[in-house]
Design a binder for this molecule. Structure first.
Ligand code: GLP
Length: 256
């Protein structure tokens, strides 16, 4: 494949470096599509943020060309702000519908998010989410992004490797970074419900995508620091089937 620049392994993690965000999206989408063709009722873990957008664009293109169908696919998103209405344009449910779900044939009942209405008890919502994931047979393939502080989902540092779905308080740094989607920083919710690192690590396979120079140092630390709670993504080093697909700029530090 011409767009692949480099492929190597660090610890257990397969690293693929590609030349652009578009190539990153295409590569991840090809892998997801391959797994979908092998298992039509695959259970996917999905993330939001800007990083997975090229992946979703490529998946939509494959669907439009009738190469894949989401009719039997189940999805569990990693996280959602709390409290938030699904109709709120800043909610992850709204974003996923806009950027993927409204453009493919996934039945609405197959789409899952933690219950994040103000009336939902976060403890019950978290327990219920774990239960639903287990009842679906666990996550087959999880597509993750990474925060600048190496959070996965919303597992802000310090995060334990055996943590499960729970309510977390967002750090000021994350709220500041995410305020680009809101009118003011005050509007960024202070809390979120996120799958735990333990929930994420239970996935049978993990693909983590990263793009841009802002993630270069984060990726370096995630791969080269010993697994520790202050750099949550370091725990991916313990996973047996994990791959990083990196746009060239995000791989800058590890290629130095
Ligand atoms: C957010 C999300 C994460 C996402 C990360 C990176 O806060 N909760 O799931 O991976 O930040 O976002 P981006 O891809 O926009 O850099």
């Amino acid at each position: 494949m011409g767009m692949l620049i480099n492929k190597f392994k660090i610890h257990n993690i397969e690293i693929e470096v590609v030349e652009s965000k578009k190539a990153m999206g295409l590569r991840a989408a090809e892998m997801i599509a391959e797994r979908m063709l092998a298992k039509n009722d695959i259970v996917l873990g999905l993330s939001t943020g800007s990083t997975p957008l090229p992946v979703y664009a490529a998946l939509i293109a494959f669907y439009t060309k009738k190469m894949i169908s989401f009719k039997d696919v189940k999805t569990f998103n990693l996280d959602e702000y709390y409290p938030i209405e699904p109709s709120n344009k800043q909610s992850y449910q709204y974003a996923m519908k806009r950027d993927l779900f409204s453009q493919i044939d996934i039945p609405p009942e197959n789409i899952h998010f933690p219950d994040c209405l103000i009336s939902d008890s976060p403890v019950k919502a978290s327990r219920n989410y774990e239960h639903l994931i287990a009842k679906s047979g666990g996550i087959d393939l999880l597509l993750g992004g990474i925060g600048q502080n190496a959070h996965i989902g919303f597992n802000e540092p310090p995060a334990q490797s055996d943590s499960r779905t729970r309510l977390i308080e967002l750090t000021e740094e994350t709220r500041k970074i995410n305020s680009r989607f809101f009118a003011t920083i005050e509007e960024v919710p202070q809390y979120a419900i996120t799958m735990g690192l333990g929930t994420i690590l239970d996935s049978k396979e993990i693909i983590l995508c990263a793009s841009g120079t802002a993630k270069s140092e984060t990726i370096y630390k995630a791969l080269w620091e010993k697994p520790n709670p202050n750099v949550p993504a370091t725990y991916l080093q313990n996973h047996q089937n994990c791959r990083f697909i990196l746009e060239r700029a995000a791989a800058g530090r590890i290629l130095d």
